[in-house]
Design a protein around this ligand. Structure first.
Ligand code: APR
Length: 174
């Protein structure tokens, strides 16, 4: 099994540009689109994505569901719904961890080998970026050491501030 470090990548960019097996969407419970990365993914994937999402009956916070990617270079989109930050005493850390775990499980069930995550809940949902990043890295690390089907996980940062947070967390967490 390739070393953990060979299987984790951090980059700054737009997740809709990535040619990976699956990109992850930070969706809302309706799965009917929104702003942020959800809006960018729906715009780039085209209207067929919304048509499919309409039949998916929404998604629980912390859960993950897979769809096609249509006009995107990726093969699939794994939609997950992060928690809205409410101060940290409403199960937000556990729900965010569940997003990463359930997304990785969904990838495993669909022969996905490369997956790209945005910083789930760190935008409109207001989760503090450092705490969210520690959760993201620990959940993905814990999953990857037990599973070699997933060859690469990319953390896609939309700005340099988030990139440096991921870099410092990776340098210190593991
Ligand atoms: N590529 C990669 N990352 C992106 C992109 C993009 N094209 N656009 C935004 N981001 C980043 C944001 O900068 C943030 O760091 O994704 C992270 C998540 O931010 P949001 O998209 O706001 O997602 P979230 O905080 O989970 O809020 C979800 O926002 O868009 C709505 O429908 C969505 O209601 C849901 C809520």
């Amino acid at each position: 099994m390739a070393d953990f470090w060979d299987r984790i990548q951090i980059l700054e960019g737009d997740i809709t540009d990535l040619k990976v097996d699956a990109i992850v969407n930070a969706a809302n419970n309706s799965l009917l689109g929104g702003g942020g990365v959800d809006g960018a993914i729906h715009r780039a994937a085209g209207p067929e994505l919304l048509d499919e999402c309409r039949k998916m009956n929404g998604c629980e916070t912390g859960a993950a569901k897979i769809s096609g990617a249509y006009r995107l270079p990726a093969r699939y989109i794994i939609h997950t719904v992060g928690p809205v930050w409410q101060g940290g005493n409403h199960n937000e850390p556990e729900l965010l961890a569940a997003c990463y775990r359930n997304t990785m499980l969904c990838a495993l069930e669909n022969e996905v080998k490369t997956v790209a995550f945005p910083a789930i809940s760190c935008g409109i949902y207001g989760f503090p970026a450092e705490r969210a990043t520690v959760i993201a890295v620990n959940e993905v690390y814990g999953f990857l050491i037990g599973c070699d089907q997933i060859e690469r996980v990319v953390f896609v940062c939309f700005n340099t501030e988030m990139l440096s947070i991921y870099q410092s967390v990776l340098d210190t967490t593991i």
